[in-house]
Design a protein around this ligand. Structure first.
Ligand code: ADP
Length: 498
């Protein structure tokens, strides 16, 4: 490329199509929704032409968010094998933003009780989303430089571009990125659905060993055909290329070698900032940190019917799944609560029955010191981040993790396992040098967690060191203003044909 051409590509307004199964604040089960909301918005602010495609789920509050039908994207038929479905697109905007999001409206597929289902047509629901992305682009006459797929739900985009939509010159220059937010979810279905995906004539492009075993795996298909595969932290990018973390896909990822890259997620500091957080009883910043945290802690303890304390408050906000390693907490937490009457725990989450039971048991054993809020509660998540002294995240694996990034901004020390994005963002506090921003243990077992809890309890009386640790965290910048740049650079490289 000549220098003049390189300069042009540096300035060019990129056309980026971004597809995801969930987008906050409309639909959310986890970090994917936060990324799908904040990254496109930041790219839009930088002047790029970004169009986000996501389902109009039945769980979205239609009274809260106004949606406007796109006139030329109504009642569009798509043939999926023997199934003929019709979709329409509506435009919506997140409050306070001016980025148009395209919501794919297909009540028969997307009006369910939850975003993800175990229903027999789960593959069809998301196959439609992949088709709808191309069809909307065609009807808009819009040629994206990059189509960015996220997780298995949109991982057919790369193969669709090379097959079903390859005839259309509109996509001749389109390159694809697939970001893996969590490799544990792959979208594996019986191979007989290949016809319904419209891929009968392209079977040779699917993973052949899988087909022979009677399986088609959306995520693997994406990994096979995306121009670039990325994931949400550098450590996780390395981990998923190993059998211990690759959930059966590590071999395929190793084959892709250098094109699997890691980019740590950013935080939307317009939503997660203690100086400006409408959910907090008292807002605070680095200058009034001690007083601010004290007030939030008192309010959360009172609101959770727990006794006041000058000891440390531990917080949890999490999906309750095996991944999160919360079962490893049971023995060390019970031991701590028995021996240290000044400690408190407030946990928020829902999920696996055994984990819910574990928190219910702790709350009934220590009624004035442990509170378990079962469910999903956005304001309470903010209040816990603000009130807690230590945020517990002992994940077995963690692609990036957002909660520890929120904790850092809220002056709350994350206690994490050295894995994935946790390893890339939290450093164990070194008292001698005043460096580090939390507590980090290595092994996914109770003694690892127990060791880290002891470290936290031992540091607690040293208020100067504690203050230093949490201000170290508050000063780190994980904003999307910063973290969007590697994505932008990647898109530019792809758009330039690199
Ligand atoms: P994951 O995507 O694996 O669930 P992350 O840490 O990347 O984990 O993101 C979790 C997101 O979901 C955060 O924004 C967190 O605050 C939110 N969250 C998880 N559980 C709850 C809950 N019970 N109530 C409110 N927010 C929750």
């Amino acid at each position: 490329m000549t220098t003049a051409m390189a300069d042009d590509t540096q300035k060019e307004r990129l056309r980026i199509g971004f597809a995801a199964a969930e987008v906050a604040p409309f639909s959310k089960t986890g970090g994917l929704a936060d990324v799908a909301s904040a990254l496109p918005l930041e790219l839009h602010r930088r002047g790029h032409d970004v169009r986000v495609f996501t389902p109009l789920h039945g769980t979205i509050d239609l009274d809260r968010f106004p949606f406007v039908p796109v006139e030329f994207l109504q009642d569009i038929p798509i043939q999926l094998g023997p199934y003929r479905v019709t979709f329409s697109a509506y435009v919506g905007r997140a409050p306070g933003t001016d980025l148009d999001l395209y919501f794919i409206h297909c009540p028969e597929l997307f009006f369910r009780d939850s975003i993800y289902t175990g229903d027999a047509d789960e593959f069809l629901r998301f196959a439609l989303l992949n088709h709808a992305v191309f069809t909307c682009c065609q009807r808009m006459g819009w040629a994206p430089h990059v189509l960015h797929a996220n997780d298995w739900h949109t991982a057919l985009l790369p193969l669709f571009r090379r097959t079903l939509y390859a005839w259309d010159q509109l996509f001749a220059g389109t390159r694809t990125v697939l970001t893996i937010h969590n490799i544990a979810y792959q979208g594996a279905f019986p191979a007989r659905i290949v016809d319904d995906l419209g891929l009968a004539a392209h079977r040779q492009l699917l993973h052949q060993d899988d087909l022979a075993a009677g399986v088609v795996n959306f995520l693997k298909t994406g990994i096979l055909w995306a121009d670039v595969v990325s994931t949400v932290s550098e450590t996780y990018a390395r981990e998923i290329c190993t059998p211990a973390f690759g959930v059966g896909i590590d071999g395929l990822l190793r084959q892709r070698g250098g094109s699997v890259i890691g980019i740590v997620n950013g935080v939307d500091y317009s939503t997660w900032d203690p100086t400006n957080d409408p959910h907090l009883p008292q807002r605070y910043g680095i200058d009034d940190l001690a007083a601010g945290k004290k007030a939030n802690k008192a309010a959360l303890l009172a609101g959770s019917h727990l006794a006041p304390t000058d000891g440390p408050l531990f917080g949890i906000v999490s999906r309750l799944t095996h991944q999160k390693g919360l079962d490893l907490l049971e023995a060390p937490l019970a031991g701590m609560l028995r021996h240290r009457r000044d400690t408190r725990l407030v946990a928020l989450g829902s999920g696996e029955a055994s984990l819910e039971q574990m928190f219910l048991d702790l709350a009934s054993k220590f009624p004035d010191r442990v509170a378990f809020h079962r469910g999903y509660n956005e304001p309470l998540a903010h209040q816990i981040e603000a009130a807690a002294d230590v945020f517990l995240m002992p994940s077995r694996f963690e692609p990036c993790g957002l909660n520890q990034l929120y904790s850092l901004r809220y002056g709350t020390a994350p206690l994490v396992r050295r894995t994935g994005g946790l390893a890339d963002t939290v450093a164990h506090f070194d008292r001698d040098h005043g460096e580090g921003n939390g507590f980090v243990f290595n092994h996914a077992d109770s003694s690892g967690v127990g060791w880290a809890l002891e470290q936290a309890l031992a540091l607690w009386p040293d208020r100067d060191a504690w203050h230093r640790m949490r201000t170290n965290g508050m000063k780190r910048d994980f904003s999307w203003q910063r973290q969007a740049t590697p994505y932008e650079n990647l898109y530019r490289l792809l758009a330039a044909g690199a």
